[in-house]
Design a protein around this ligand. Structure first.
Ligand code: PMV
Length: 329
């Protein structure tokens, strides 16, 4: 039986959250917590079976000959089903009436905000590309994955897909208008988890609503965010950590103004700063998930302790992870 295993990394947003949904840029780093996709060809035509124990999905059956509205399927399988449907549509002559078994597993909980939906989309489409031996560039892979995410959730900048595909650290503009790799060998971050799952779609809609009430104010906030992102990109390249930390603090002020910070995030951010962090901010949509603190070797331990003292969990992760890859054939 033909079989392939791929893996794609998770991500953390360094700067530019929300404004990147509104035609600006962001900085994103890949996290070496990987989501694996195991794909095998089945004998039965048009049959798709999904097992995803991490999200309690066992032997979910989908008939690929049908074209059910994706929103009627359980949330946990939507990205995988839509990935297969979009690949099938684009490569109909190669895919034909294939049947597939897809098993997924993950190093990280889907509640961390590391981007399990984007990693599973990239991992699935990449596995299909490799299994059916199609030649596709990273950019073409991104476009197919981005279409899939838009089909399922209707919004999003696509930054998380880029991180899962390219890995490392990237400068990214909405919808992949620009995707630039930044060369960096280390990034001294502490990651604090609030224990609260944030719903990205709800938070993006909240920001949209604030934008419709205060268009010029919010557009100014997005512009300021983009200025910080561009400056941040240069500071990363020169590894100027103290200045990059200052920009993180400034960006947190913008997230606060957008209305996406939370009590638990603020507690951890303040605690980290008081313990000597060079800068601290939320990462991603806000409302929960994770915060980031930039640290020096000397104050890492104090900053970690300060986050725990206010009820946060410190997640030990390797950053600058490699992008999507084949694990075995
Ligand atoms: O919630 P996360 O970690 O997936 O981050 C969302 C970041 C946003 O800018 C709010 C949305 C997006 O698609 O860029």
């Amino acid at each position: 039986m033909k079989k392939i295993i791929t893996s794609a990394p998770g991500k953390l947003m360094l700067m530019g959250e929300h404004s990147v949904v509104h035609d600006r840029g962001c900085l994103v780093v890949a996290v070496d917590q990987r989501l694996r996709v195991e794909l095998s060809l089945l004998d039965q035509e048009n049959k798709l079976i999904i097992c995803a124990p991490n999200v309690n999905i066992k032997d979910f059956y989908y008939d690929l000959a049908t074209n059910k509205d994706i929103s009627t399927l359980p949330k946990e399988v939507r990205f995988v089903v839509q990935s297969v449907r979009n690949f099938k549509k684009k490569y109909a002559d190669i895919f034909k009436k294939s049947g597939l078994q897809i098993n997924t597993s993950s190093d990280f909980a889907s509640t961390f905000g590391f981007g399990s939906s984007s990693a599973v989309t990239v991992g699935t489409i990449f596995a299909l590309i490799k299994l059916f031996d199609v030649s596709v560039s990273n950019r073409q892979l991104f476009n197919l994955c981005y279409q899939t995410v838009l089909d399922v959730q209707g919004l999003g900048s696509g930054f998380d897909l880029a991180a899962a595909i390219w890995g490392g650290i990237l400068y990214f503009e909405t919808g992949g208008k620009k995707i630039e790799e930044i060369s960096l060998s280390n990034l001294p971050l502490v990651v604090g988890y609030t224990g609260i799952k944030a719903d990205t779609v709800t938070l993006v809609q909240q920001v949209n609503s604030r934008l419709s009430h205060y268009p010029s104010l919010m557009n100014t906030v997005f512009d300021l965010s983009w200025i910080l992102v561009k400056k941040g990109k240069q500071l990363l390249q020169s590894q100027n950590w103290s200045k990059f930390g200052e920009l993180m603090d400034l960006h947190q002020g913008l997230s606060y103004t957008m209305g996406v910070s939370s009590c638990q995030l603020e507690k951890q951010i303040m605690a980290a700063r008081q313990a000597g962090a060079l800068g601290a901010k939320l990462s991603g949509a806000g409302g929960g998930d994770c915060m980031l603190a930039l640290v020096s070797d000397e104050n890492r331990a104090q900053v970690e302790q300060s986050i725990k003292d206010v009820g946060g969990e410190v997640l030990v992760v390797d950053l600058l992870a490699p992008g999507v890859r084949v694990e075995s054939k």
